[in-house]
Design a binder for this molecule. Structure first.
Ligand code: PHE
Length: 507
């Protein structure tokens, strides 16, 4: 779904080699783990609070980064996810997420752009959704998709949650935010319940430009930006009345076209920087393997603009990059809805905004095959990036440590009989089953020892109308070979969690 679940989370690689990484980046999903597991997660879980094995706990209040929050029946954050709120990988020196942030920051320099990297992950539903014009029934608000502390408070699902407050601060110019964001999702090698995003915006004030001529001022700023030699496909007009409308009541066509042009060049420069660095790092590694000197790739990078939809921008786009034979979606952006500036008390401002997922980019930059690796405290992972943040020329692709065997186990069950999903309910659409709830149980019970979870079979009993599902859980540690006994133990915990938390009946 474009808008909230889009872009910044859904694009990840599938396995260890390069083309696999591009492929993974095209998929969707996410993970978690049991902190007390004697597993991958245990190697770096010193800050994890202990979860009762596979069973949800509903504390009266929770503490996040030193602040206490009262919970209510909306609370749905597992202790494993809570334990990650203090990690802030984007600020951890030489972490690939932090290196990626630095590369992006280098394209948006001060004093025009100010950096905000310390915003707290706990925000209000107003900040995360309402302030950005998300309709009340937007699916992104569902408890199956979003981690709520209580009805009015949640773990931000995107960095756009801070747009309104920065617009309210009113300074013209621009900003970059980097932060951890949280989404309930599937379990696979490209999705994790916590990941990092970067948000950027640039605004101009019509009262502060010469002769009030906004478009001219913006085009002048565009002229000052560097050029690049990427091949850019941009087949659509800057706006389209049905597909990608101009905000007619607020912007002239010239103003919107100027903002769009500045936005597009700025983001093309960013993507050019990222992918040039990825290519250079890969060329170094290949040369080192062959004992030759690195050759910079000559073929120019290809990118394309695709029309998109976000509740808080119009017109909107996604930028895709042609990488290893496929088009990869790398970011979402658009001309900010004027309502945001008006509500923020700065109606004379106009501008653009974008959002980008850092893990996705870091996976491409460093050829990191599994998103779980970012949370590793294993020296075999971390040592590979030492010294890179201060000297980006030292960037090299990640060299995976040996791949450990996988062991999959299936779990089949009947859904709770009382719901329509379980076959026992009446009204159409009264389905109360959501796959993300199962994913969460798996994360809590087996942590980072699960590589992915897939629905392999589903049917409705012709007589009883009950619905049966079969999921395949693929157990594989990134750091060592799991014993049969511990895999069985984890699987038992998953099964128990499904029964106790989701009320399913094991078949
Ligand atoms: N917040 C959007 C997302 O997470 C991305 C975005 C940011 C789109 C800013 C437009 C402008 O998908």
């Amino acid at each position: 779904m474009v808008g909230l679940r889009g872009i910044v989370s859904t694009l990840w690689p599938r396995a260890g080699n390069r083309s696999d990484i591009a492929l993974l980046i095209k998929r969707g999903g996410r993970i978690s783990r049991l902190p007390v597991q004697p597993c991958w997660r245990a190697a770096y879980s010193s800050d994890a609070t202990s979860a009762r094995q596979g069973v949800a706990t509903s504390p009266k209040e929770v503490e996040i980064n030193g602040k206490k929050y009262a919970t209510d029946p909306w609370f749905n954050v597992s202790s494993t996810v809570l334990s990650l709120t203090s990690r802030k990988l984007h600020l951890q020196k030489d972490h690939p997420v932090a290196i990626t942030r630095k590369i992006i920051e280098s394209v948006f320099p001060p004093p025009t752009y100010k950096y905000y990297n310390e915003f707290d992950p706990v925000v209000s539903t107003y900040e995360n959704f309402d302030s950005l014009c998300f309709p009340p029934d937007h699916p992104g608000r569902a408890r199956s998709d979003t981690y709520y502390i209580n009805k009015d408070t949640l773990l931000r699902t995107h960095t756009s949650a801070h747009e309104a407050e920065l617009f309210r601060a009113g300074a013209s110019g621009g900003y970059l935010i980097s932060a951890d964001v949280y989404r309930r999702d599937e379990v696979d090698r490209s999705h994790y319940p916590v990941f990092h995003q970067m948000e950027g915006a640039r605004v101009w004030d019509r009262n502060k430009v010469p002769n009030g001529d906004l478009a001219a001022a913006i085009f002048q700023d565009l002229d000052r930006l560097p050029k690049h030699n990427m091949t850019v496909e941009d087949p659509n007009p800057p706006f389209h009345p049905d597909r990608n409308p101009l905000q007619v009541e607020h912007h002239t066509p010239e103003e919107a076209a100027a903002v769009a042009a500045h936005l597009k060049r700025s983001l093309e420069l960013m993507v050019n920087e990222i992918f040039s660095r990825a290519k250079a790092a890969a060329a170094f590694a290949t040369a080192a393997n062959n004992g030759t000197s690195p050759v910079e790739p000559t073929e120019p990078l290809r990118v394309r603009w695709v029309e998109a939809y976000f509740p808080f921008t119009s017109p909107s786009w996604e930028l895709e990059v042609f990488y290893q034979g496929d088009w990869l979606e790398v970011l979402g952006c658009g001309v900010s809805k004027q309502e945001l500036h008006i509500i923020a008390g700065v109606p004379s401002q106009i501008g653009w905004a974008f959002g980008i997922g850092l893990e996705r980019i870091a996976m491409l930059l460093f050829q990191i095959p599994d998103i779980r690796l970012f949370w590793s405290r294993d020296e075999r992972f971390l040592s590979q990036f030492r010294g890179v943040e201060d000297n980006l020329a030292r960037m090299r692709p990640f060299v995976p440590f040996s791949k450990h065997p996988a062991c999959y186990k299936d779990v089949s069950f009947w859904l709770k009989g009382t719901s329509a999903a379980g076959g026992g309910g009446s009204g159409k659409g009264a389905v109360d089953w959501h796959g993300n709830d199962l994913m969460e149980v798996v994360r809590d019970a087996a942590g980072d020892c699960v590589e992915d979870v897939r629905l392999v079979d589903e049917f409705v009993h012709p007589k009883t109308g009950r619905r049966s599902m079969c999921y395949r859980i693929n157990y594989r540690s990134l750091e060592r070979t799991l014993t049969n006994a511990e895999t069985n133990e984890m699987h038992d915990r998953v099964v128990r969690g499904l029964v106790e938390r989701l009320g399913v009946e094991i078949r």
